[in-house]
Design a protein around this ligand. Structure first.
Ligand SMILES: [Zn+2]
Length: 243
């Protein structure tokens, strides 16, 4: 097998690696994972906002209850005094009775407000449960997709390794200046540095070579290094009929 034939096989390994690498970089599961992670992120933010809302309501509820308890204490003190017989002046007794009534009314208002708040908390609790459930479901999907991606990557990596090993073995047999030239062409020309000469045309750029050039190539030995004038690729002839 000539050096150029080996170079062509090396290129087919390189192209196979490119394709496998492209597949590895563009796994459809990764796009799905990205979308699920976005949903998970939104759900987590939603949960945080619901928890904050609930905490604010519970704080308010606690504050109302504290005020209600403190009013209850004040009422108890006044009532004890009111019925103790210590105060005899009717005007003073009446004032105290009025204060007790007013405090009771205020406490009752606070207790009503507390009930309203408790009713507001209930639907938020239900929303929190629903979001938590959604987060658990999305997390399960994420875990499944990640496992799926990891196994696909492993499979593709194994295939890449096979081509890489074969390519490395081929590279050793190719003169380094030719290999460097091939690499430069390849990086410049979409992965293909070597092309076949088929019926007088370059299989890389698909242009027909000028007849003068073909005549020159025909006279050159089969293993001579020739290049396409248009694209610069290294041309490989399989036989005289390629011309
Ligand atoms: Zn060409």
């Amino acid at each position: 097998m000539s050096i150029l034939d080996i170079l062509l096989e090396l290129q087919s390994n390189d192209l196979a690696i490119d394709q496998l690498q492209y597949r590895r970089d563009n796994l459809p599961q990764r796009i799905e994972l990205h979308s699920i992670l976005e949903q998970l992120n939104n759900a987590t933010e939603e949960l945080a906002s619901l928890m904050a809302k609930r905490a604010a309501l519970v704080d308010k509820e606690d504050e109302l209850q504290r005020r209600s308890v403190s009013l209850g204490d004040r009422i108890k003190v006044l009532e004890t005094k009111l019925y103790s017989g210590e105060v005899a002046a009717p005007r003073e007794l009446q004032a105290m009775a009025e204060e007790v009534a007013s405090l009771r009314a205020h406490r009752s208002e606070l207790d009503d407000e507390t009930l309203v708040l408790m009713e507001e908390v209930d639907p938020i609790e239900a929303q929190i449960d629903a979001v938590r459930h959604r987060i658990a479901e999305l997390s399960a999907v994420v875990a499944e997709l990640e496992a799926n991606i990891a196994s696909e990557e492993k499979e593709l990596d194994a295939q890449i390794a096979v081509h890489q090993a074969s390519r490395n073995a081929q590279a050793i047999t190719i003169p380094s200046d030719l290999l460097v030239r091939y690499e430069n062409l390849r990086s410049r020309l979409g992965g293909e540095g070597v092309a076949l000469l088929v019926n007088g045309s370059c299989s890389g750029c698909h242009l027909k070579l000028p007849s003068v050039e073909l005549e020159r190539i025909r006279k050159a030995p089969l293993d001579a290094l020739i290049t396409c004038e248009q694209c610069g690729r290294i041309l490989i002839r399989r036989s005289a009929s390629d011309l």
